[in-house]
Design a protein around this ligand. Structure first.
Ligand code: 6CS
Length: 355
């Protein structure tokens, strides 16, 4: 993995145009860039998307998946979709929030439920009818992006060389965050020294002591080898890692009615599949990390989570300042969806098996 990390240093940034777009033997080629390496949740999602399109178009659509490192940082992938050089990409709010302030609603802590299946219903299964989703789609469009899907990838987990049970444990902690401004405020609210940096620099940042801690879902902690240089993983269920799939508006506008409907159907089907897949990946990788030894898992209980929740609440005002009136409406709508999901009771979320 360390070799793979070295390869992530964007040696091939200029690769757009060197794919198979012009290779007629593959029919139509859609370029889909992901922000994670091969074997990740985003990789599985994109490969499944590619397989479904290949199957349903009889091979006429070939989705070419570009893992992280081949085309650039998250910010560069977004620019390539905006310019139409890429048809599709993952764009995580933790980075995209620098471009679209409103999407930072997904970087707020303790806003969603601590029940993953309920969050799935709020963010994925019932999202199509939700006001917050429509407002986000408008915001994306104003930045030359089509929002195709919201994809949760599992709980964010804090890693450090000490357990992070209390706000005191965060005092002065150099916590790496993704680059959007709200994340800096989120960790400053806990007393940490937030240090934004791109994904590819996190391992060396930890190794060299430029940062003390970082936060990511378990599958990423494993595949990026962060656990090798961190002694503790603290599970606070403060927020899931949420990403989005974006498309070039010109690409979407150019789809036939049939292909547009297929795109909609495929994305819908990938909702429950995505939940089952990320849960399996995160469970398997947690076991792998713990079996290897050297890294301890700590889970905060309700009384330990409470002071973090209280410290996080003023960050919602900071979000509204950054994201303006539409941000306020998004926050209100998402909060309503969370409350309604509690009232709904019953079986939580739409959960499906992987095929
Ligand atoms: O921490 C990050 O920057 C990245 N983490 C994940 C799990 N996916 C993409 C993102 O860029």
């Amino acid at each position: 993995m360390r070799n793979a990390l070295a390869a992530l240093l964007f040696a091939a940034l200029a690769c757009v145009g060197c794919g198979r777009a012009s290779d007629a033997s593959h029919g139509e080629v859609w370029r889909f860039a992901i922000e994670e390496i091969e074997g990740s949740v985003q990789h599985a999602w994109a490969e499944r998307f590619a397989a479904l399109f290949a199957e349903r178009t009889g091979g006429d659509v070939h989705v070419e998946v570009y893992p992280y490192g081949s085309l650039g940082t998250s910010a560069q992938l977004t620019e390539q979709v905006q310019s139409g050089a890429l048809q599709l990409a993952f764009a995580s709010p933790g980075h995209l929030g620098s471009v679209i302030p409103e999407v930072q609603v997904f970087s707020l802590h303790f806003l969603l439920s601590d029940d993953e299946a309920r969050n799935q219903r709020i963010l994925v299964a019932s999202a199509e009818e939700a006001e917050y989703r429509r407002l986000l789609e408008d915001a994306y469009r104003e930045h030359r992006l089509e929002l195709l899907a919201i994809v949760p990838e599992g709980w964010m987990v804090w890693t450090a060389n000490r357990p992070l049970r209390t706000l005191d444990d965060f005092a002065g902690l150099k916590m790496r965050t993704m680059v959007s401004p709200l994340l800096v405020k989120a960790y400053a609210a806990y007393g940490a020294s937030p240090t934004p940096m791109p994904y590819a620099e996190v391992y060396s940042g930890l190794q060299l002591g430029m940062i003390d801690a970082q936060v990511n879902p378990v599958f990423a902690i494993e595949e990026m080898s962060f656990y090798e240089v961190q002694d503790f993983m603290t599970f606070a269920r403060h927020a899931p890692f949420i990403t989005t799939v974006v498309a070039s508006p010109a690409f979407v506008a150019g789809l036939s009615e049939e292909r547009a409907a297929m795109l909609h159907d495929v994305v819908r089907e990938l909702g429950p599949w995505g939940l089952a897949t990320q849960q399996r990946f995160n469970a398997e990788r947690l076991k792998r990390i713990l079996d290897e030894g050297g890294t301890e898992a700590v889970t905060l209980d309700a009384s330990e989570r409470a002071p973090f929740r209280a410290a996080s609440l003023p960050v919602r005002d900071a979000y509204v300042e950054l994201a303006g009136p539409r941000g306020a409406a998004i926050l209100a709508s998402l909060s309503e969806a969370v409350a309604a999901s509690a009232d709904a009771g019953g079986p939580s979320g739409e959960v499906a098996r992987e095929p």
